[in-house]
Design a binder for this molecule. Structure first.
Ligand SMILES: CCCCCCCCCCCCCCCCCCCCCCC/C=C/C(=O)SCCNC(=O)CCNC(=O)[C@H](O)C(C)(C)COP(=O)(O)OP(=O)(O)OC[C@H]1O[C@@H](n2cnc3c(N)ncnc32)[C@H](O)[C@@H]1OP(=O)(O)O
Ligand SMILES: Cc1cc2nc3c(=O)[nH]c(=O)nc-3n(C[C@H](O)[C@H](O)[C@H](O)COP(=O)(O)OP(=O)(O)OC[C@H]3O[C@@H](n4cnc5c(N)ncnc54)[C@H](O)[C@@H]3O)c2cc1C
Length: 572
């Protein structure tokens, strides 16, 4: 069958993690020894970090790498059943090397997680090497094209020079040399940053299919006696799909920003300036979680908006969902990523701002909020006037919501501490608030970036329609999270009513441009791979042709009639 574009593939980990990890963590000598053959696919690698018993808790990973100075080797070992590496893509049958994350032991001490290049299969025969037990983990929800595998290491020896030593080092006598920053060995920031763009692509594909199909599907009766209308003319259909369309544009701009930010800060890091690493980690972790959760839900909205044919694989929507949904889990489980952004960045920044520190980057608004708290509050205390037309005022509203929820989370921790709870318990009993704070922070970043992007658009007509999309995205988010805004005193009930009315107006305004806006994603039929989303809109003929190609239709009478139905009938 033709290779589906954008389908997961066994080489994804080789390209998306093995090569980038070498780039980021290998010495020049190791680049020569490993990157070159890996670039030529002599070496095919994977990234083996997760174990059967641990995926999130990196410090809990059990695989060991013990340095043996007598032979100048590391001994890699899986000490328990739960330490068996589990999930790495391409590990089961494809890879002949793995970057294995293991707890480094040397001179009787454990120095934490480090990365080791471990040959796992013979380069010529592809037979597993001695001490290596490797295989596929079995059928999954999707990703059937990928051999996610398991790896059990039984005292496997590798040379000293197979530890990635760009940052941390082990001397021949076993002396451990610390990295300039312990954070440099975490990795994963690259792929988390890329996933933000994947969320945008998944949304663009899904709403292209659903909106094009909704323009050719006629159903039911709007006005008695008139022909059946396009289902895209139903307000409910627009209410389902146009916010997804707006999010697709929003996340496209955020994905570009995330890639640029990654490129800029990783350049600084390569130059030895680590100062921006916390912002990059917090932003990539938070936006990866925010955009994948939103896209995951939106793909299902698109599928269900196509009725029965949306459930057919001819629509491509089931496959888009099945292939996208694990992004909420891998590369950092979303809840944990949201907690990272809140606990390691937002609350820390809040506390710095509270003592008058001027903050930079995506949290600079927390300094404004801290200064605001010191100023006397207006007597009215009521919500500021709300403009459902002015994008900048909406950006400010999202900023104040984020500041309010970060403050609420920080105060919750303080209250829990005052109740006598330990630090860890206080944080755990505030984790719902911490996730809400991260969500609100990321939402503010997305709205702000969307509005910032408009300033770069010169064409008046394009700017007008993108502004309408930005308004819809911001107002829909306000309506969906009105509780936060009401609780923070940023919105009144009459204003919430006006927001709902304005959303209806925007849906009507967008209807004439909806198909053109998805065509603008320029996703050709091969990339979409969807009968419902065909550019020519010729759905029914191609749906019928697609069904006739079904393997079940290879014969008029399926063998099951003779094997089961007929014998069953004769016994009744
Ligand atoms: C010449 C050009 C050559 C080009 C070569 C490249 C070519 C390739 C081209 C690329 C395109 C090709 C595309 C192909 C297709 C690619 C598609 C890829 C497909 C992917 C499929 C799925 C693959 C999935 C893989 C995985 O899932 S890997 C495993 C992921 N697992 C995780 O993410 C684990 C999550 N858990 C954690 O991260 C940690 O446990 C934790 C952060 C939650 C907690 O850790 P810990 O307790 O140790 O830390 P603390 O919370 O105490 O924090 C300590 C401090 O460290 C900072 N920190 C934490 N993490 C990071 C980080 N990642 N980066 C930086 N800093 C970090 C904290 O902020 C704390 O700092 P503080 O002390 O200052 O507060
Ligand atoms: C399709 C797919 C491909 C993958 N590819 C790879 C790969 O190539 N290489 C690799 O190394 N790994 C890979 N993984 C594994 C993936 O990285 C892990 O599944 C992921 O990190 C989550 O860890 P876990 O599975 O242990 O879940 P857990 O961490 O056990 O999460 C289970 C639940 O516990 C909650 N939880 C965990 N810790 C906390 C906490 N501190 N606070 C609050 N709640 C918490 C989570 O929110 C979640 O709800 C892949 C996974 C999938 C699904």
């Amino acid at each position: 069958s033709c290779v589906h574009p954008d389908r997961p593939e066994p080489l994804d980990l080789h390209l998306g993690m093995f090569l980038p990890t070498l780039l980021n963590q290998a010495t020049p000598e190791q680049m020569e020894r490993f990157f070159t053959p890996a670039w030529n696919l002599r070496i095919i690698g994977t990234y083996a970090q997760t174990e059967m018993g641990h995926g999130t808790h990196l410090r809990g990973l059990e695989t060991t790498a013990t340095f043996d100075p007598s032979t100048q080797e590391f001994v890699l070992h899986s000490p328990t059943i739960s330490s068996i590496k589990w999930w790495p893509g391409g590990l089961g049958k494809t890879s002949n090397h793995a970057i294995v994350l293991a707890q480094l032991h040397t001179q009787g001490r454990c120095h934490g997680l480090h990365a080791f290049i471990v040959p796992i299969r013979d380069m010529d025969t592809h037979v597993p090497l001695p001490g290596v037990v490797v295989g596929d983990i079995g059928p999954k929800f999707g990703f059937s094209e990928v051999d996610n595998g398991f790896l059990k290491l039984e005292h496997v020896r590798i040379p000293l020079d197979n530890m990635l030593m760009k940052f941390a080092k082990v001397e021949p006598d076993g002396t451990y040399v610390k990295p300039p920053s312990a954070k440099l060995t975490y990795g994963m920031v690259f792929i988390r940053s890329m996933i933000v763009g994947q969320s945008a692509l998944a949304l663009a594909k899904s709403c292209t299919i659903a909106i094009r199909y909704s323009a050719v599907r006629h159903q039911s009766e709007l006005r008695p006696g008139e022909p059946e209308p396009q289902i895209l003319n139903y307000q409910t259909q627009q209410h389902k799909l146009f916010p997804v369309l707006a999010a697709a544009y929003a996340f496209t701009f955020v994905g570009q920003y995330m890639k640029d930010t990654y490129r800029r800060i990783s350049g600084d890091i390569h130059a030895g300036d680590y100062s921006q690493l916390p912002e990059l980690h917090a932003l990539s972790a938070g936006l990866k979680a925010f955009t994948t959760w939103a896209a995951n839900a939106a793909i299902e909205v698109c599928r269900m908006s196509c009725g029965g044919h949306g459930y057919s694989r001819s629509s491509a929507l089931p496959d888009i969902y099945v292939e996208f949904t694990p992004t909420c889990t891998y590369e950092g489980e979303n809840t944990v990523m949201m907690l990272q952004t809140a606990s390691r960045y937002l609350v820390k920044s809040y506390r710095q701002a509270s003592v008058g520190q001027r903050l930079q980057g995506s949290v600079s608004y927390l300094s404004e909020a801290a200064a605001q708290r010191l100023r006397p509050r207006p007597v009215s205390g009521g919500a500021a006037p709300l403009s459902t037309q002015d994008l900048l005022s909406l950006v400010h509203l999202y900023q104040r919501r984020a500041a309010s929820l970060v403050e609420l989370a920080a105060k919750s921790i303080q209250q829990e501490l005052q109740r006598g709870r330990s630090q860890e318990e206080a944080w755990n009993h505030s984790s719902i608030d911490l996730v809400r704070a991260s969500d609100a922070h990321c939402h503010f970043v997305v709205v702000k970036l969307f509005v910032d992007k408009l300033e770069q658009v010169d064409d008046a007509a394009v700017k007008a329609v993108l502004s309408t999309l930005a308004l819809l995205y911001a107002l829909k988010g306000l309506a969906d999270n009105s509780g936060d805004f009401l609780q923070a005193g940023l919105l009144t009930v009459p204003q919430a009513t006006r927001v709902s009315a304005r959303i209806k107006e925007l849906l009507e305004e967008l209807r004439p441009d909806a198909v053109a806006l998805v065509d603008a994603f320029d996703l050709n039929d091969r990339k979409l791979n969807s009968v419902l989303g065909r550019y020519d809109g010729n759905v029914y003929e191609h749906l019928y042709e697609w069904a006739r190609q079904s393997p079940l239709n290879a014969t008029e009478v399926h063998e099951s009639f003779h094997k089961y139905l007929k014998p069953l009938r004769s016994r009744l």
